[in-house]
Ligand binder design. Sequence first.
Ligand code: MSP
Length: 510
Amino acid sequence: MNKNFYITTPIYYPSAKPHMGHAYSSIVADFFARLKRIQGHKVFFLTGTDEHGQKIQRAAEKSNKDPLEFCNEISKTFRDLSSLLNLSNDDFIRTTEKRHSLAVTNLWKILEKKEEIYLSKYSGWYSVSDEAFYNEDEIEDSDGKKISKSSGSQVEWVEEESFFFKLSKWQEPLLKFYSENPKFILPESRKNEVISFVKSGLKDLSVSRKSFTWGIKVPSKKDHVIYVWLDALTNYLSALNYPNETDKLFQDFWPANIHFIGKDILRFHAVYWPAFLLAAGIKPPQRVYGHGWILSGDEKMSKSKGNILDPIEIIDTYGLDALRYYLLKEVSFGNDGNISKDKLENCINSDLANNYGNLCQRVILFCEKNIGLKIPEKYKLTNDDLSILNDFKENEENIIKQINDQNINYYVEYVVNQLFKANKYFNDQAPWTKKEDILRLNTIVFVSLELIRKISILLYPIIPNTSLKVLNIFSMKEKDIKFDTIKDNEYLKDKKEIIKLGILFTKIKK
Ligand code: MSP
């Protein structure tokens, strides 16, 4: 099995401050990056900012700033958010970097050389907000304006000389590619949308613009800039030092294992991107997962709607792990989800404070009071003990199978169930009634500590900070976290002591 794993977030437009939707894409990708790492994979996890195009140029003009100066400022807020979200990314790419323009220019030259690109004239609708071209049947009238039916953003008429990519030629090869790689697009419902879009007929795609300058120049015709999506998608290659295909990063990590994106940008990733790559003779990525939107009320968050939930504010009030836990547990992955302060508070109280926090506090306090923060040396596991401990071993294969299909909810549900079971075990076994039977008391403490360890390992990709705090009681550091060890029932056997643990989550008064 190839142990290298390349995982990406979309690169974000630094046209305005980051919001919860951006945080969501990143948290999801980070969850998988961490999970893969503890499974023993060598992971390369990439995020960054998408800085060219008319949308950014206009936003910069509106702020009376030079586009690069404007991007420098806002890109930094995305980089800061990555740290605030505790993302474990290995790189942060900006499309205004030299390494990136080299890669884009090279890809363009290959496409031109292979006669996949030709010069003509574009006349049609364009949405600057989506940086997308729309057909007549994809737009509608609204309040005297023309808008895109899918995104609701305003479109404008564009007529200019443009280079075209021969997308129509790739219709059949793409359909063949989808059928040979049935999990290339997930979730399934999105895959069907894409396939029917491709089947309905692909037109050649305009891949350069002439009416503005903020972008990477077409090498053979400098008055054209390369279409921002061809530019942006190439970030996934440029971060691996493409065009140097013999570079170790490229060799180790291309093709990407998974691009996480929102459903609104699926067409770019699942149609245009593999077509560009196939045309250039480069392997397409293995999977594109189009997640749903985080809604504020019933609407997508957007600057124009003024309904943006600020992740920084939420983290300030409730803490990062609470937000990460909420988004990963409460949103049915692949579908739209909702976030409100009320729901977040309920989730903190019931799952994090009452369930996980409570288990850790009770067991450790009991251990401290009765055996002085020692890990019992002598214990005797009964069938009941083994049955609760073995659950992890018995389910490991299935958990991995589910997670390989990005079934986050299955994973989180499994962990929550184990938490309930562990709390119930401690209650039912009632070690405080076993003070006369020290071997049994020791055994219950040992099993409970093992359960805390196993569960904390599973929680690590979801709430890394808290999980590490708990694992630290066993003197475990990040590098010691191995998914595999959830199968080990006596991992703590040779460890002698535990370190005291502070409060993990404070219950919110409602
Ligand atoms: N720059 C492009 C992506 C280029 S990738 C080669 C872009 N940027 S974006 O900043 O507009 O959006 C980035 C990601 O955030 C997209 O995946 C988008 O779906 C996601 N979200 C933006 N708003 C969202 C929500 N309200 N909810 C969830 N995700 C949404 O598109």
